[in-house]
Design a protein around this ligand. Structure first.
Ligand code: URA
Length: 229
């Protein structure tokens, strides 16, 4: 939100007072004086007027986790272990998942407390490529890739999936890039051929690749470069 709007939304200042506070250099964002009404205030920014703190700054956190099979992509679950249970308690607070995986799907899972970042990553208009390694029960036919690029009609959502790229790596093994994140999307796509997905592993989301040094259940912070990607 713009700094002038942020301040005017507080119960103590009207728009005229906000203009004056800024001009008189009485406003600090993250410790620096700001006179710019358009200064972007994020949920992580500390905002002070005359040393009075109106929003406490906190660090934005971004983690990649190698999700193992047999845990739920949720922050709470009454029955099963969740991905948050894999993190130390002090890291769990206020994290959410950017792009869930099914219970038995493995691979790259991103966790953050930055809602703006995760929304940008997962909203359909971003068309971020998610790449999966897929093992199937039956052989993958030579006609499959054309159908993946043409799209599948999903009756429940009444939509046709966007073009997806299927590279066949072996008789029952493929790499699939999709730009959406519909419910059970990969399994439903293979379901069209009545071919069951027996193992599913996410390798990357956009430019962020699962770190090969992470064993299932391990995590690390994203680098500044990965966050920017
Ligand atoms: N598609 C699926 O069917 N399952 C996942 O976990 C991810 C994509």
């Amino acid at each position: 939100m713009r700094l002038d709007r942020f301040l005017a939304n507080l119960p103590c200042y009207n728009r005229q007072q906000v203009r004056l506070l800024l001009a008189q250099q009485r406003v600090r964002v993250d410790g620096q004086v700001s006179t710019d009404p358009l200064h972007e205030v994020r949920e992580f920014s500390q905002v002070e007027v005359d040393q009075q703190v109106h929003q406490v700054g906190r660090p934005a956190r971004y983690l990649m986790l190698h999700k193992p099979a047999g845990c739920v992509s949720a922050t709470h679950d009454p029955q099963h272990r969740t991905v948050l249970d894999l993190l130390p308690a002090e890291l769990r607070a206020d994290l959410h998942i950017a792009g869930r995986l099914d219970f038995n799907t493995t691979g790259l899972l991103l966790l953050t407390n930055d809602g703006q970042w995760s929304r940008r990553l997962t909203q359909p208009s971003t068309k971020l490529a998610k790449v999966y390694r897929v093992q199937t029960e039956d052989e993958i036919g030579a006609h499959y890739p054309a159908k993946f690029s043409e799209g599948f009609y999903f009756a429940f959502e009444d939509l046709t999936t966007l073009p997806a790229q299927l590279d066949v790596l072996g008789p029952r093994l493929a790499r699939l890039a999709i730009v959406e994140g519909r419910y059970h999307q990969v399994k439903r796509m293979f379901g069209y051929f009545q071919n069951k997905v027996v193992s599913l592993h996410r390798e990357s989301m956009g430019g962020i690749h699962l770190d090969p040094t992470l064993a299932p259940g391990e995590f690390r912070p994203l680098t500044a470069g990965e966050i920017a990607l």
